[in-house]
Design a protein around this ligand. Structure first.
Ligand code: PEP
Ligand code: MG
Length: 882
């Protein structure tokens, strides 16, 4: 098969389509050559050879040799020089290049083709002996390091010593003879270290370099990088061998990098920097400060440095033309390396430019407007997950900060506020207009109100996905968890970290995107949703089929959800409404009541506040669908735990301590998540259904008047596994509806559906579907029960599972395939008996782009996610159709 692909002189064997074989670098070079850009000629050895190299036990196959020799000849003919020619030697670079960009991870050898004879030839042909020996010493050092494995520090030491001895400060002060002397010393080091001379045979050099680059695919750095970026080990690297051009041939030579657009703002202007009379490595070494590329940047920087545009106007004009040609060909922002040798521009590399999310948006919209890409491509060009970053305040990257500790980033965004250590304190202070950060060792259901009141949450225990996995949805607030280096003493209201002590009321800043906890206030950037955001989301909405709803329990959440474009509420978890201080008492009375009558009495106290909750939600959603879920958690979650609290609650409720304790003991369960919750609770305590249904209907009637009867609540029954459970609860709801209709002398419109969050419900979906007006997949519970894996305890070992490759992704974040299959079965069976069944998903997976894509494939009606993920889901839903 074909292993070697040449390029140059307006032609190429390969093209940009051959990235798998030629690697990104080789494929783009081939394409640049094809479209007539000035590319130094060269050839690429395909990644197939990399596989062969390892199969042979790190040996190159013999068949490769004639292919490489032929390619070298061809390249030499284009370049007008010959490899090893003592009068006019061809010098080459040997570079890695894999399918995925792995910047700086693998090896490179530059200036290859020099030995004691050819260096003289180079000196004669360029009439620049200093340049020739400077190049030779650069080569020896790099080759010795990369191919021969000699520590490059030894060489740096020699050069430093030499300069000290001669009183030189900077490299440019060294003359030709100095570099020749350095070369002699460098060769001596190699001979000493290896007990044989530095290789003078140029072919030996070349094969050594090729093998080293293939070998660097398996160096520790590259392996680690692949792990991190999910790049398969068997892709291998290609090796590109390319004619050297020199940016260090005087003041009409230069080397630089350029982005075709500004990668941080997206502005349509060249953005980059360069060094006059330098080789690429000098930029990396950071010894000299690069100069601005354009006149505009030069003026803006005000450092008086002359721009590339001003110094080398012709090369600049050519660069500009090349950039335009590249964007036209690749239809994306490009990140380019170039060199100017004695006035002539050469393009050395191009690849798709990394860009900020904000820039990505602007570039996508601009390019579509410019006609460079279609609107579909613009929508597809964005990474849906990254949109999240645009929606939250972020730390100003230039701000000064004192970092106290780092925890796990659990919910993105940054916030500053006064430190508080108790949830009720947070509620209290918020009511007085304070901005607070709630710091807890860990959070419990009683903290929910406090968490809503705080602008940010910090815990010292817990894992990354814990706040979502627990019965605590993401609340769109920055959240840092598991900050083990922070010590919290809630009694004394003190937080200690990094040897500092902070008290209640002291200002802290947390960054839920990085996990950083900082002392004091840190300057922030407010999210700035540009017109480009609106434009692009508008295009996305035009393409998508899936509806997008939000999980929202409070008016704030509902407003936020609408602002982000939610088309309804897919899940209102009513239990959160009962944790509020004024209500938990009535809730506890209900739980402690001995009989149904006692429970009714207590529930009556909750009715008006519950009704008010729904009125607010219906008003905000203004006729959009609202799915309200009946009470789900086991009752003991509402009871106090801990001796002190139990005593205090007993006191407040006027019941005896023993009575309260007995009730707590009766209600306690071994496996609460698999116990009396959801439908099981509602079957046993129909009074709860009645109260909640009544609150919903009365709220709908009241809001409906203002909204001209546009409110049709969707009432959802959680944790159903048997159709009869749903039927019993449904009948209660219907009876309540009839009662309310009679009292109010009006009709109420409503739907009753069920969550599908147990494997049994998925399999029995045909049956259950006969009774349900809609399904909503609760993928949190469905994942938990499919795996038999408690979402509250999985954090302990899931990371070990990830490390060992047992389960590569947290199934509570990325939908598991078996869970997906159960969903697919449920969709098929449900719609078989109930053809127009409305089906949604409301687990935390709803904000995950891959899950959204899957939901499109299995034809769900909608997905529902936390308000801040709504734009992510809108975009992902559009991408899923394209
Ligand atoms: C679910 O189980 O996916 C769900 C949405 O409900 P909860 O997280 O409240 O159990
Ligand atoms: Mg659930």
């Amino acid at each position: 098969s074909k292993w070697v692909f040449t390029f140059g002189d307006g032609r190429a064997d390969g093209s940009v389509e051959d990235k798998d074989l030629l690697g990104g670098k080789g494929a783009y070079l081939a394409e640049m050559s094809r479209i007539g850009l000035p590319v130094p000629p060269g050839f690429t050895i395909s990644s197939e050879v990399c596989a062969v190299y390892y199969e042979l036990g790190r040996k190159l196959p013999d068949e490769l040799k004639p292919m490489v020799d032929a390619a070298l000849d061809a390249v030499g003919q284009i370049a007008g020089a010959r490899f090893g020619d003592v009068d006019d030697p061809l010098l080459v670079s040997v570079r890695s290049g894999s399918r995925a960009s792995m910047p700086g991870m693998m090896d490179t050898v530059l200036n290859l083709g020099l030995n004691d004879q050819t260096v003289e030839g180079l000196a004669r042909r360029t009439a620049d002996r200093r340049f020739a020996y400077d190049t030779y010493r650069r080569f020896i050092q790099m080759y010795a390091d990369v191919v021969l494995g000699i520590d490059h520090g030894l060489f740096e030491e020699i050069l430093e010593n030499y300069k000290n001895l001669k009183g030189f400060e900077l490299d440019p002060e060294l003359a030709a003879d100095d570099w020749a002397e350095i070369v002699t010393r460098y060769k001596a080091v190699v001979e000493r270290e290896l007990e044989r001379p530095f290789p003078q045979d140029l072919h030996e050099q070349l094969w050594g370099a090729i093998a080293a680059v293939f070998g660097s695919w398996q160096n520790a750095r590259a392996i680690a990088y692949r792990r991190l970026h999910d790049i398969p080990d068997d892709w291998g690297t290609a090796v590109t061998i390319q004619t050297m051009v020199f940016g260090n041939r005087g003041n009409n030579s230069a080397t630089g990098v350029v982005f075709t657009r500004n990668p941080s703002t997206g502005a349509n202007e060249l953005y980059g920097e360069f060094l006059l009379n330098a080789q690429g490595e000098d930029v990396v070494a950071g010894l000299r400060t690069p100069q601005p590329l354009t006149e505009a940047d030069s003026g803006a920087s005000g450092n008086g440095k002359q721009s590339f545009e001003a110094l080398l106007p012709e090369a600049f004009a050519e660069l500009k033309r090349s950039c335009a040609a590249l964007e036209k060909r690749f239809r994306d922002i490009q990140d380019i390396e170039f060199t100017v040798q004695e006035g002539k521009l050469f393009m050395l590399q191009t690849r798709a430019g990394k860009r900020s999310t904000q820039a990505a948006l602007k570039i996508a919209v601009d390019m579509a407007d410019e006609g460079l890409i279609s609107r579909e491509e613009a929508v597809l060009s964005l990474n849906a997950n990254q949109l999240d970053q645009l929606l939250h305040p972020t730390l100003d990257p230039k701000a000064e900060m004192t970092v106290l500790a780092k925890g796990l980033p659990a919910s993105p965004g940054a916030a500053s506020g006064e430190l508080v250590f108790a949830a009720d304190e947070a509620v209290h202070l918020k009511a007085q207009g304070h901005t607070v950060i709630l710091a807890r060792v860990e959070t419990s259901p009683e903290d929910v109100q406090g968490m809503h009141a705080a602008v940010g949450i910090l815990t010292t225990r817990g894992g990354m996905t814990e706040p979502r996995r627990r019965r605590r949805p993401r609340m769109g607030r920055p959240c840092v968890v598991g900050a083990a280096a922070v010590h919290i003493d809630p009694e004394r209201e003190i937080l200690e970290a990094a040897g500092m002590q902070l008290r209640k009321g002291d200002i802290v800043t947390i960054d839920g995107s990085t996990g950083k906890i900082m002392k004091g206030r840190v300057t922030m950037r407010e999210p700035d949703l540009s017109p480009d955001f609106t434009t692009l989301m508008g295009w996305a909405d035009g393409f998508r089929r899936l509806r997008i709803r939000a999980n929202a329990d409070t008016p704030d959440d509902a407003r936020q959800a609408r602002a982000f474009g939610a088309e309804g509420i897919g899940l209102c978890r009513t239990e959160h409404m009962f944790f509020e201080e004024s209500r938990i008492l009535a809730m506890r009375e209900m739980i402690l009541a001995e009989n149904s009558e006692g429970r009714r009495k207590a529930l009556a106290k909750l009715l008006s506040s519950q009704r008010q909750d729904f009125i607010e939600l219906f008003e905000i959603m203004a006729g959009l669908p609202v799915t309200i879920r009946l009470l789900d958690p086991p009752l003991h979650e509402f009871l106090p735990h801990g001796e002190d609290t139990i005593a205090a609650v007993a006191d407040a409720m006027g019941v005896s301590l023993t009575h309260l304790k007995r009730r707590i003991a009766v209600l306690s369960e071994f496996n609460p998540m698999l116990g009396q919750r959801g439908a099981r609770l509602l079957v046993s305590y129909p009074e709860i259904v009645e109260m909640q249904a009544r609150a919903i209907f009365e709220a709908a009637i009241e809001t409906g008047k203002a909204l001209h009867d546009r409110v049709t609540p969707e009432i959802m029954v959680p944790l159903v596994s048997v159709k009869a459970e749903l039927d019993i609860v449904k009948e209660r709801i219907a009876a309540t509806a009839r009662a309310v209709e009679k009292e109010r002398e009006t009709s109420v419109a409503f739907q009753v559906g069920t969550m599908v969050e147990l494997p049994r419900a998925c399999l029995m979906a045909g049956e259950i579907g006969r009774s349900a007006e809609f399904f909503s997949f609760g993928t949190n519970d469905l994942t938990q029960t499919t795996f038999g894996l408690s979402r509250d305890d999985a954090g302990r070992f899931l990371s070990e599972y990830a490390d060992k490759g047992i389960i590569p992704h947290d199934p509570f974040v990325t939908l598991d395939e078996a869970v997906g299959e159960l969903m697919q079965i449920a969709v098929e069976r449900g719609r078989a008996t109930h053809p127009d069944l409305k089906i949604g998903l409301c687990g935390e997976h709803g904000g995950d782009p891959d899950t959204v894509n899957f939901c499109e494939k299995i034809a769900l009606t909608y997905v529902s996610c936390s308000p801040y993920r709504v734009p992510v889901a809108r975009l992902a839903a559009a991408q899923a159709t394209l």
